[in-house]
Write a new protein. Sequence first.
Length: 532
Amino acid sequence: MDDSIGVKRHWIWQGAFVLILAGVISKILSAVYRVPFQNIVGDVGFYIYQQVYPFLGIAVMLSTSGFPVIISKLMNDYSEKSHHTILKMSALFLSFIGVLLFLCLYMGAVPIALFMGDSHLAVLIQVTAFAFLLFPFVALLRGGFQGRYDMLPSALSQMTEQFLRVAVLLGLSFWLVKKGASLYTAGAAAASGSLAGSFIALMILGFFWFKVKRDKQTETQNENVITTKELMKKLLLYSVTICVSSLLLLFIQLVDALNLYSLLSDGEASEEAKRLKGIYDRGQPLLQLGSVFAVSIATSLVPYISKAVKNKELKIMKEKVTSSLKLCLVLGTGASAGLICILEPVNIMLFQNGEGTAALQIFSCSILFASLAVTAAAVLQGAGYTVFPAIAVGAGVTVKWVLNTLLVPHYGIEGASLATAASFAAVAGLNLYQLRQKEWLDKLRAVMIPIIGCALLMSAVLLAYMRLWSFLYPAAGRGAAAIESLSAVAIGGAVFIYCMMKLGIFTDEELNSVPFGSKLSKFMRRREQNGG
C-alpha cells in the first residue's frame, strides 16, 4: 500500500513538473512576443493592442489556470462516481459563462470603446469576444485531464496554443503594416491570433480525450459523492473566488485599459496620449517575464496543498509553503532590484529608445509584489481559503483605480506605474497577513533581511558597472545597449546567487528541487572545502 502511495505521489509531482514547464514556456512566449510586436507597430500600435489584450488574456487564463484548476479540484475532492456529473454540469456552466461574456463584449463593444475614450477600438473588442466562445471547451478538457493527474495533454495544448498565437500575431501584423494598413487593422489581426491558438488547443485536447481510455482512473479511497445542487453551488463560489484570484495581473491591466488613456488625454482624442500609453505598456512584458516562475509555481501549488490538507500532511504542506514563498521572494526581489538598475539600456535594447525609463523603473517594483501576491493566494486557495484572496484582488483593483485617478493627471505614466506597484503591494500585504495569522510565515521572516542584503549588494555592483560603462561608451547605440544589458544581467545574477549561497538562504533539499540547484550546492561545498 505504501509503495502504491509513493508511486502515486511521484506521478503527481511528475505531472505537476510537466505543467509547470509548459506554463513557464507559454508565459515566456507571452511576454517575449510583445517586444518584436512593439518594434513592428510602434508605441501607438502597441497601445491599440494592449487596450484589448486584457480581454484576450482573461479568456486564456480562464482556460488555463482558472476553470481547469476548479474542475481538477472538484474531481480530487469527490469520488470517481461523481466525475461524470462534475464534467457534465461543468460543461453546461462554462458554456453559459462563455456565451454570456461573448454577448457582453460583442454587443457592448461600442460603449466599452467610448468609455476607454477611443471609438476605433470597437471592432477589436468584437474580435476578442469570439475567444469566449472557445474557452469553455478548452477549459473543460484541461480540467478533466488534470483531475486525473494526466498533465501531458494540458501542457502540450498550452505550448502549441501559444506558439501558434504568437506566429499568427507577428506574421499578420508585420504583413499588414508592410502593406500600409492602419494600426487598428493590424491590431485586430493580432487579436485573431488568440482565436487560432484556442482552436488548435481544442483540437489537440479533443484528440487526447477520444484516444485515452476514459475508464482508466486513478485509484482513490475517497467515497464522497457530490449532488448536482451542491456542485452548482461550488462552481459558482469557485468561479468568483479562484478565477478572480488567478486574474489579478489582467484585472490591473484592465483598469489601465479602461481609464489610463482618458486620464492622459483629459478626455480628448490625442495621439500623444496613445504614444504615452504605449510607452507605459512596455512594462507589461517585463512584469510577465519577471513573475513567470512565481505564477507557474502558484499554479502547481493549488492541487498539491489541497491534497496535503485533505490527507492531514500539515507539516509537509507548511514546508512546501515556506519554500515556495521563499523562492518567490528571492526571484521577485532579485528581478525587481536588478531591473531597476539596468532599465535604461534594457529599454533601448528591447524598445529602440529610452523613453519612459523612470516610469518603467517604478513599474519594476511590481514584479516582487505580484510574485508574492499570486503565490500567497495560491497557498490560501489550496488550503481551502478561497474567498479571502478574491477579496484581496478586489481591494487591489480598487486601489489601482483610485490611485490612477489621483496620480495620473499630475504625474502621467509615472503616476500610473506607482499606482500599479501600490495595488500589487496591497494584494500581497493582505494575503501575507492572512498567512501570518495562520502561523505559516514563521520561517520566512528569518531570511528576509539576508535577501534584502543580497539585493543591495547586487544593486551596488550593477550601478558601479553601469557608471563604468557610461564612462567608457558615452554615446552607444542599440547594439551596445544590448551588450550592456546582457552583461549586466550576467554580472548581477552571479553576484546575487553567490551572495545567497554564501548566506545559506536555501537548504540543500530546497536547492535540489529547482533546476541546477544541486550543482550550485555541490559547487559551493567544493569552494568551502578548498577554503574559497
